[in-house]
Design a protein around this ligand. Structure first.
Ligand code: GLY
Length: 493
């Protein structure tokens, strides 16, 4: 069995490692943009090989699949999916773990995702407006004073989202100005270069609550979920600083997080499952691959969709893939033959923490963050009970590593208690440094007792509200009070 893995980040390193644990002894091949040393080692050790090139390009991926005569392709990141890599590979008769272009629209277009949820009356949906022109977006902002989230309508690497609370009537004009300026910035900066989508700007109602990610495999009919994970998007401790792709994440012992209940977990899985079925009923395409719900516990619904990923989250995938005991090859075969319901998903019972280490400059000045020689003492890290998943680094000719501008590596550890695991990873932090003195940073608070109790407190507050509303028959409804007009109830059913 030969498998081609597409992608070069820490998430793909974790996927590669899970594939190589298969008792069927698959040979691993990789199509990568840069030489991830961890993936390379797994490929060579399994008798496989590496193709270096544009790993987002369906043609490069198809050629690599052909060159290595692989039996399966597993696509890690979203961009190749958006560009039709799964379609290209399947058209060659090779089964692919990765959504076809049409199905990956659930991540690529946030407006498509919201419309789909509304058309199919799927719980956990938010009110939204999508705009194809900046003028229309600004006209809307001027007319309606609301607390909103303003986002690029396309997946733009998780960037460009601004949440603006607009409660005080006397500040509404100023807030309107901030919203309009941000809408302009989205068009000029974050949507620049994306001509593959008509909607440009999405304005959603603002919601608040703890976020979490539910990741699962699907064959289009059934889903096979992983334990819940919570990512931390802000660059710096205690949730401050710019949004990143994620600075680290935690998972609990078992399928739940310490602040999410079994009922909320089941509701989250059900929302994602319903979206998979809705995609098939609208587009006639079976979703085969990985789908993840980026969820929030909100007062309106309880479990609510913020966005979808057509892939594992990064770092979220790195928390749970090492715990997977089920044979990955068996899972891939079951997805291809639409027999996923026959596979028993088994996980090691352990809590996990992942912390990402990034060069200074990330996320806003990747040009400054790139090009630094970096040392990661993987052996010493392993000796401390942790594991390295390599990220945005390139293996140079002399065997050294050079930063690529994004997260250098993700350190994973597992155990009984999240704060103890977090402390263990902290002790590894001096083992990751740039040889030219350039700074490397990470978040020391991820998994700490202080952050954990903050999340638990926040969830309890939100849970009290949504349960109360549920009892009153108000779940999924919004109530606005507009001076001079009175009470407006937005029923979502
Ligand atoms: N951790 C967020 C993402 O994967 O997009």
């Amino acid at each position: 069995m030969k498998v081609l893995l597409v992608g070069e980040g820490a998430r793909e390193h974790a996927i590669a490692s899970a594939i190589c644990r298969s008792p069927q002894g698959p040979r691993l091949y990789a199509a990568m943009r840069s030489m991830n040393p961890g993936i390379r080692e797994l490929c060579l050790r399994s008798g496989g090989d590496v193709a270096l090139g544009d790993s987002m390009d369906p043609e490069f991926i198809s050629k690599a699949a052909d060159r290595f005569s692989v039996d399966f392709v597993f696509i890690g990141p979203e961009e190749p999916l958006f560009r039709g890599a799964a379609n290209a590979v399947e058209d060659m008769g090779i089964p692919c773990i990765g959504a076809r272009r049409e199905a990956a629209e659930i991540e690529m277009s946030k407006a498509f995702m919201r419309r789909l949820m509304w058309r199919h009356k799927i719980p956990g949906r938010l009110r939204f407006q999508a705009f194809r022109s900046i003028e229309d977006a600004i006209a809307y902002i001027e007319e309606y004073a609301e607390s909103v989230a303003i986002k690029p309508a396309r997946q733009a690497g998780g960037k460009g989202v601004k949440v603006i609370a607009d409660f005080q009537a006397y500040l509404s004009k100023e807030k309107g100005h901030v919203k309009a300026e941000h809408a302009k910035a989205i068009e000029a900066k974050y949507m620049k270069g994306y001509a593959d989508i008509e909607d440009r700007i999405l304005i959603e109602e603002r919601v608040e609550g703890p976020e979490y990610t539910i990741q699962m495999f699907t064959d289009g009919d059934s889903v096979a979920p992983f334990p819940l994970v919570q990512d931390n998007k802000n660059a710096y401790d205690m949730d401050i600083g710019p949004e990143t792709g994620g600075m680290g994440s935690i998972s609990g012992n078992g399928m739940l997080l310490p602040f999410i209940t079994r009922e909320e977990y089941d509701a989250s899985v059900d929302i994602v499952r319903r979206c998979v079925k809705a995609i098939e009923s609208e587009l006639g395409v079976k979703y085969k691959g990985v789908i993840s719900g980026q969820m929030m516990l909100t007062p309106i619904w309880g479990p609510t969709i913020i966005e979808f990923y057509s892939r594992f989250g990064d770092p979220e995938g790195v928390n749970v893939l090492p715990l997977l005991r089920t044979d990955m090859v068996e899972i891939m075969e079951a997805i291809a033959s639409a027999k996923l319901h026959k596979v028993k998903m088994e996980f090691e019972e352990a809590a996990t923490v992942v912390k990402c280490f990034a060069p200074k400059g990330y996320p806003e000045r990747r040009d400054l963050a790139a090009g630094h020689p970096v040392r990661i003492d993987a052996e010493a890290i392993r000796a401390m009970g942790c594991e390295v998943f390599y990220g945005s680094v390139d293996l140079a000719q002399d065997g050294g590593l050079i930063t690529g501008g994004s997260r250098i590596c993700e350190i994973f550890a597992k155990g009984e208690e999240i704060p103890e695991i977090s402390d263990r990873i902290e002790r590894c932090s001096p083992l990751i440094y740039c040889l030219d003195g350039w700074g490397v940073f990470h978040r020391s608070d991820i998994g700490s007792a202080a952050l954990l109790s903050r999340r638990i407190e926040q969830s309890n507050l939100i849970r009290d509200v949504y349960k109360y509303r549920m009892g009153k028959g108000l779940i999924g409804m919004d109530i606005d009070w507009i001076p001079g007009k009175g009470k407006i109830v937005h029923s979502v059913w």
